[in-house]
Write a protein that binds this ligand. Sequence first.
Ligand code: NAP
Length: 318
Amino acid sequence: MKVSVVGGSGRVGKAAAFCLAEEDLVDEMVLLSREKSLDKIKGESLDMNDALAAKDIQVDIVASCDMEDMHGSRVVVMAAGVPRQNGMSRQDLAGTNAKIVAHYARQIAKYAPDSIILVVTNPVDVMTYITLKESGFSSKKVMGLGNHLDSLRLKNLISKHFDIHVSEIHTRVIGEHGNNMVPLMSSTTIGGIPVKRFRKFESFNINQVVEKVKSAGEYVISKKGSTEYGPAFAISNIVNVILKDEKKILTVTSYLNGEIENVHDVCLGVPVKLGLGGVEKIVPIKMSPDEKEAFLEAVKVVKTATHEVITSHHEDEE
Ligand code: NAP
């Protein structure tokens, strides 16, 4: 089992690589960066190996700036790209990151044509679309991390309010990984019981909670400069489910071709069945009227953003 991380020198890339290596599932992990960061990733790989020895885990961690080294990867994590600074929106990164992601998507197609790509670079919904088009991969083999992390954040807030162990909370955020995310409260359960049946639901301020989930990344960035553990563990969750062929339903950014609300030609967070085949099935869901309206607004916003980025990217390339 081989996994590669493009952007392996970055905070999210290296944290994700370590988190995944610690699962004792992959034999080889390739950290890829540009030449200028080669020493850094060499240091990271040695440090990781020392830590793994403490847990009797053997993973061959390779530091490289040669994209050919990703050959044979089952999954390639795309975490290269500039991150947000305090006060920036994810969309502010789109122009710069589109160029980086388009370049690496073509490299992945060339050197790891049988891989599944997990896009992390923001704005992730738009970057997933660009990766899909530039790699030429089937839509089953390209997905993005966004709403899975948002769902974990929502799960934490519900757990706190209801004072119930986080493992009992089943909830899901879909739509955009951004302001137009849609929490699916109509299908949120605690211990299998619909959340609305709990007495404490009366004092659960949904709007306030959703605002907290929306600004969670920005809040962490304002305090410590970047997010790391949250995305890293969320990436590890997704890659694990794929490599173990678990067929779990996670919410990942996927290409829609009419499966939900007849939406076509956009990448957005939706529930999917994940396995060795990648996105094995987009799970059709019934939403409440409010959720449906919010989801269709997310479709509109992300489609427009994607169109704008692609148009200016093509103009730059001409
Ligand atoms: P970081 O620490 O600054 O690392 C940036 C990474 O991107 C480095 O590996 C760097 O590689 C690479 N990179 C930067 N500019 C590049 C360029 N022009 N060409 C090629 N590679 C370049 O950033 P981070 O905090 O890890 O964040 C990485 C990305 O993940 C950002 O876009 C961030 O917004 C996104 N993110 C997404 C989520 C999510 O839920 N989807 C969560 C957190 C972060 P070199 O060493 O070669 O420069």
